[in-house]
Design a protein around this ligand. Structure first.
Ligand code: GCB
Length: 631
């Protein structure tokens, strides 16, 4: 990898590094790991805070046998932020928003049975019309200054890059939609298949048919069908095992396997399935029904109460880079603490993560990085980008049973004025049309005491709000928390008549930082702050339309360097290296107590069990009088 000058971000283009190879760029060539954020891999300050382009390069080999008989594809899981790709010096593809995959058929660019050169330019500069927005290319003298949202400082090729092949005529996509009828123990899987490739005339209609099978986890076929153009149908599964979230069923996350074979030959009924198989596509499928109304969100007919976390894909050295051990560790901790949901703050997590969420029964509020949408840019350019990234997100994640809602924005400027009414009406109109059976939500943080109307809240199916009572707001005044949270939830309910969820709340805690009287930033302050939120949540839960509590943040995470964030953001319930802070034990008691209380879940036989009883009693009996001491 080489770093282009911040002051001359176009130098790589002007000097055609993609043609000559970066070794001839005259810049220092660094070894760089993929997948990873590049910021913390070396010891260079300037690379860590680099604003502008870096250029990656590597050679790769393509098997000779792929050339004639198959199609060759190159796929990037995520490059943050902007990517341009050359193959053997030829411009091949570009993509404009990190955290989402992009791919292209590259058969015309590569040499088969030979070595090829791949060059990727990755530029982390964001602007007013990009999503996320930023303003990090403001030059100060000959230096480019970073001005991005404080937690979006990393850059690089975050996720895996795959070279793969498909048949010449191939299954390019599947849409799956499921329903579960509990009284009959019946599951329905509706599918729609998309083919692509070398079709001539009307041959697509007649010359192919598909053999669709649904297999259970013992590889037994539980439903099957032979079907032809337009390649859509539905399968019925008797004695079905539904997909359930963690702690709502003893066996959460049950997945069937949908296998679709594409056959060449005229459709003649059952006997024709010996014809040549052109392609096979396998997809894990969880069978469940998702519904919502003005009071609740229901899965398989049961009311959901979400208890979970916002999180960052963040760890030492690799930054936002895909990291399997860390991902697994996080799921293990999530189960240990008894949570059932993640809000993918503030970008789509990796595809591997989503597959794991399906398997573990962890529900996902799926979000793209429309963070802090700035009022000064609410125009058509931003809107089109906003629509595009959400469409890409929905396309990527539509088949995951774990996805229970799409979050269209985090803390946007949504108060009246600046054209926000038109902006959000257009956005919501478009996303609603492609929402694939999920409700739309967002995390609102605009003040609610002023007389400005909120132009987004009223359009949502579920209203989320982020509020840092006694942390960013009224720091130290723990007494006011319970009343303030209750008041705000009641406000949004009154204004919208929709289910309400708290999408972020919390406080920093630095391990072993103790003092009496209490100090801000100590584990005890964090615990007290949370406990007072719990009092509000338990009052609100009685109202049924309050459907969840999401903590900020799962773990401490690194941020851009600012005086207010020395050592990063310490809002974690776990430390950055994924060890529990004191609050983790309290939250664990609460989450398991809620699971037992709401979903009759079995709770772990840990020594905390007795305390859990205490917690439930405590939650039931405690008065909301803010003077009750929790020390
Ligand atoms: C927020 C943001 C989140 C931040 C958090 C904080 O409201 O949504 O991205 O990290 O506050 O700790 O400042």
């Amino acid at each position: 990898m080489v770093k282009a000058s911040s002051a001359r971000p176009k130098e790589g283009y002007q000097q055609k590094w993609y043609e000559k190879g970066i070794i001839h760029s005259g810049r220092k060539v660094l070894s760089m790991a993929v997948p990873a954020s590049y910021n913390d891999i070396t010891v260079s300050q300037s690379l860590r805070y680099h604003v502008g382009a870096v250029w990656y390069e590597r050679n790769f080999f393509v098997p000779g046998s792929w050339g004639r008989r198959r199609r060759t594809w190159l796929r990037f899981g995520s490059v943050h932020y902007k990517a341009e790709v050359w193959i053997n010096g030829e411009p091949a593809m570009s993509h404009n928003s990190g955290s989402l995959p992009f791919e292209m058929e590259v058969g015309n660019y590569v040499n088969f049975g030979a070595t090829n050169r791949l060059t990727v330019m990755c530029d982390n500069r964001q602007g007013g019309y990009t999503i996320p927005q930023g303003n990090n290319h403001e030059a100060e003298g000959n230096r480019t200054k970073e001005r991005y949202t404080f937690e979006m400082y990393n850059a690089g090729i975050y996720r895996s890059v795959h070279l793969y092949s498909t048949p010449r005529i191939y299954i390019s996509d599947i849409d799956v939609d499921t329903e579960y009828f509990s009284s009959e123990q019946l599951g329905v899987v509706r599918y729609r298949l998309f083919l692509d490739g070398d079709f001539y005339g009307k041959s697509r209609n007649r010359a192919y048919y598909i053999h669709v099978q649904l297999q259970n986890q013992e590889s037994q076929v539980v439903a099957a069908q032979i079907n032809r153009h337009p390649f859509r149908g539905s399968l019925q599964v008797h004695n079905v095992r539904a997909w359930w979230p963690f702690l709502m069923n003893p066996q959460p996350g049950y997945l069937y396997r949908l296998q679709v074979e594409l056959h060449k030959g005229a459709y003649k009924g059952e006997e024709s399935i010996d014809d040549e198989i052109l392609d096979i596509y396998r997809l894990p499928v969880g069978i469940r029904s998702l519904m919502w109304n003005n009071d609740s969100l229901l899965l398989n007919g049961k009311n959901l109460y979400l208890r979970g976390f916002g999180r960052h894909e963040d760890f030492e050295t690799r930054g936002r880079g895909l990291d399997y051990p860390m991902m697994l560790r996080d799921f293990n901790l999530l189960k240990w603490i008894g949570a059932n949901a993640y809000h993918t703050t503030h970008y789509p997590y990796s595809e591997e993560f989503m597959q794991f969420a399906d398997e573990c029964g962890i529900m996902i509020i799926d979000e793209y990085s429309a963070v802090d949408i700035d009022a000064n840019f609410l125009n058509r350019h931003l809107l089109e980008n906003h629509m595009s990234v959400l469409e890409q997100l929905i396309h990527r994640d539509k088949n995951h049973p774990s996805v229970i809602a799409w979050s269209v924005a985090n803390e946007p400027y949504s108060s009246s004025g600046y054209g926000s009414a038109k902006y959000f009406q257009s956005l919501m109109w478009y996303i609603r049309k492609i929402a694939q059976g999920r409700p739309l939500t967002a995390a609102i943080s605009r003040p609610f005491h002023d007389d400005k109307k909120n132009n987004l809240a009223e359009l949502l199916d579920i209203v989320g709000f982020n509020r840092y009572n006694s942390w960013y707001r009224d720091t130290r005044s723990l007494e006011g928390i319970t009343g303030a949270v209750t008041e705000e939830a009641l406000h949004w309910r009154k204004e919208t008549g929709k289910p309400i969820i708290i999408m972020e709340y919390g406080a920093n805690a630095i391990n072993n930082y103790r003092s009496l009287p209490l100090v801000v930033g100590s584990p005890n302050y964090q615990r007290q702050l949370y406990s007072r939120h719990f009092l509000a949540f338990d009052t609100l839960r009685q109202k049924k339309w309050f459907i969840g509590e999401i903590v900020w943040n799962f773990a401490d995470f690194q941020t851009a360097q600012t005086v207010s964030r020395v050592g990063g953001d310490r809002n974690g319930i776990f430390s950055r290296n994924r060890q529990p802070k004191e609050m983790a034990y309290v939250l664990r008691r609460r989450y398991y107590a809620l699971s037992r209380h709401l979903d009759k879940a079995m709770v772990p036989r840990a020594h905390e069990e007795r305390k859990m009883d205490w917690m439930v009693t405590f939650l039931k009996n405690v008065s909301t009088d803010s003077s009750s001491s929790l020390e």
